[in-house]
Design a protein around this ligand. Structure first.
Ligand code: GLP
Length: 241
């Protein structure tokens, strides 16, 4: 894993957006794997700036998002579809039909999950996959477990995750208890994985991801097996590395 240490959140966001913008310029039909959470918001702001001020063209880009809360539809302001519209898609020239987020309202979970993996495979995998990391070491919504799960699947969220994400909802009781998440196969289809992290609360998970054993109790540790991972992190998040 290659590690880029940044002084602050703004530098992390600029450096990440620069890599993505370069890809979009070099390969207009690229496939971007996108993530939610507070960490990539600054990167999305920079990409919007590239579009508005430097004519970066997203008209041929396709995106696939990592995950979605189960039970939340696109109109729910805390759904990840709504997050992506608000923080990126509504501000760039990407055709709506080119953007993909798992359907949180599906009545046929098995089919939705299988179709999502088929979609990623049919696109030839992602060119760049952005990922954040949970305090507990999760990537997307792959929670600590006894095994790494390969396929897109429905997952019960950890108590830690529900608590961490409660800040976005009126109360902890409003946080969905389940989510649909990409599994490791689709995440690993990426030619390049950019893992972003900021904040001292991530330091332990980042250190275990980089230096620790590959262990499904720390799901991000499986990234040690991917040939092309770049960690772009604010120095506080690298404090234990
Ligand atoms: C959620 C998302 C993850 C994200 C994590 C960290 O649980 N499913 O993809 O990495 O939050 O969020 P934040 O960036 O806000 O710390």
């Amino acid at each position: 894993m290659h590690v880029i240490s940044c002084l602050d959140y703004a530098e992390m966001s600029r450096k990440t957006a620069r890599i993505i913008a370069a890809l979009v310029q070099l390969k207009p039909h690229c496939v971007l794997g996108l993530a939610t959470g507070s960490t990539p918001v600054g990167t999305y702001k920079e990409l919007i700036r590239y579009h508005l001020e430097e004519d970066l063209d997203f008209s041929n880009v396709t995106t696939v998002n990592l995950d979605e809360y189960y039970g939340l539809g696109p109109e729910h302001e805390q759904s990840y579809r709504c997050f992506m519209q608000r923080n990126l898609f509504d501000h760039i020239n990407i055709p709506p039909e080119n953007t993909h987020v798992p359907d949180g309202l599906t009545r046929d979970v098995a089919r939705t999950c299988a179709e999502y993996d088929n979609l990623v495979a049919s696109l030839g995998g992602t060119d760049i996959q952005l990922v954040g990391i949970g305090d507990n070491g999760h990537i997307a919504f792959n929670e600590p477990n006894t095994v790494f799960v390969a396929n897109t699947h429905l997952v019960d969220l950890d108590e830690d995750t529900i608590k961490a994400n409660a800040r976005f909802f009126a109360s902890e009781g409003d946080v969905p208890r389940q989510a649909i998440t990409m599994g490791m196969r689709s995440i690993f289809s990426a030619k390049l994985i950019l893992l972003l992290s900021s904040g001292p609360n991530k330091a332990s998970a980042i250190a275990r991801m980089i230096k620790g054993p590959i262990d499904p109790q720390l799901p991000a540790s499986i990234l040690q097996l991917h040939p092309n991972v770049v960690v772009i992190a604010v120095k506080e998040a690298l404090a234990l590395v």
